[in-house]
Ligand binder design. Structure first.
Ligand code: THG
Length: 266
């Protein structure tokens, strides 16, 4: 599993405060903590408290500050093309970048795929188009197919594409998790080699009690369905243990009595 740490996000109070104060220390510390807990990439999101006009400069600062402590892949989390470009420039000076994300409308796809090629960045495509979030597995897969085709057209490989079925909160759409699982299975059958499949796991439990339990139960099911990347909190040790155990149970990792420790050492 490719774990994209979700915590460098202005939506979290401590990081949001640090961003507004331009205080680099909490940002660096959060990057190091996530990496220490097994993150393979970090999602970088300035949050909603930064005025729109300042977002390019703030993204530049947030990425550059994170880059001071790590060369790891940085996923630039913004729907805005200008913010994305500035973030990728800062991320790709040293190490790789990932576009989080494009949607399926033709004009957005064209612009973001051009950026992906320019920066040799991997790209996440959401199951959203001009009609909003696709509601059925068929509609999500149709958008996924369009994203994959656009990526192949600009010369990306299928395994540089990460399709995201869109995670809705369980407390507003109780049938959505089942639809996501079906979509994940179908995304993995779109091509051979297949695209990757990613989710923003924490969306699922927003507003619910038992957040941790809901997140880790679903993550295990999604891994079985073919999920191979997840944006989540690597500091949640029970979540990471459930993820590692799912990989052992699916025979993707060798069992030993110390498999949790072994995973963390590699
Ligand atoms: N897909 C893709 N990217 C994404 C998402 C996705 N990026 C953003 C988001 N969804 C994933 N990241 C988060 C980060 C935090 C939370 C949820 C998803 C979260 N935050 C707490 C809350 O809202 O309750 C904030 C807690 C606090 O204030 O401390 O749940 O789906 N491609």
């Amino acid at each position: 599993m490719f774990v994209i740490g979700e915590r460098t996000n202005g939506m979290f109070t401590s990081i949001g405060d640090a961003i507004l104060a331009k205080d680099p220390q909490p940002v660096r510390a959060m990057a190091e903590q996530q990496l220490g807990c097994g993150a393979n990439a970090l999602d970088i999101n300035v949050g909603t408290r930064v005025p729109k006009a300042e977002r390019p400069a703030v993204m530049q600062w947030l990425v550059a500050t994170t880059r001071e402590v790590t060369d790891i892949c940085l996923a630039i989390d913004t729907p805005n093309l200008e913010v994305m470009r500035v973030g990728l420039e800062a991320a790709c000076r040293k190490g790789t970048g990932m576009i989080n994300s494009t949607t399926g409308q033709a004009d957005k796809l064209a612009a973001f795929m051009k950026l992906a090629r320019e920066f040799k960045a991997r790209i996440i495509g959401l199951a959203i188009d001009e009609n909003g979030v696709a509601a059925t597995a068929d509609a999500k897969v149709e958008i996924g197919m369009r994203v994959l085709a656009a990526a192949l057209d600009v010369g990306l490989a299928a395994d540089e594409v990460y399709l995201d079925p869109i995670t809705l909160p369980l407390n507003c759409a109780q049938n959505a998790p089942g639809i996501m699982l079906e979509t994940i299975r179908q995304f993995k059958m779109l091509s051979d080699p297949a695209p990757h499949v990613v989710i923003g796991l924490s969306n699922l439990s927003q507003g619910a009690t038992e957040r941790g339990l809901i997140n880790r139960s679903f993550l295990v099911m999604a891994i079985q369905a073919g999920l191979d990347a997840s944006i989540h909190d690597p500091l949640d040790e029970e979540l990471m243990n459930a993820m590692i155990t799912a990989e052992v149970l699916l025979n993707r990792m060798i069992y030993s009595d110390s498999y949790l420790k072994a995973y963390r050492q590699t």
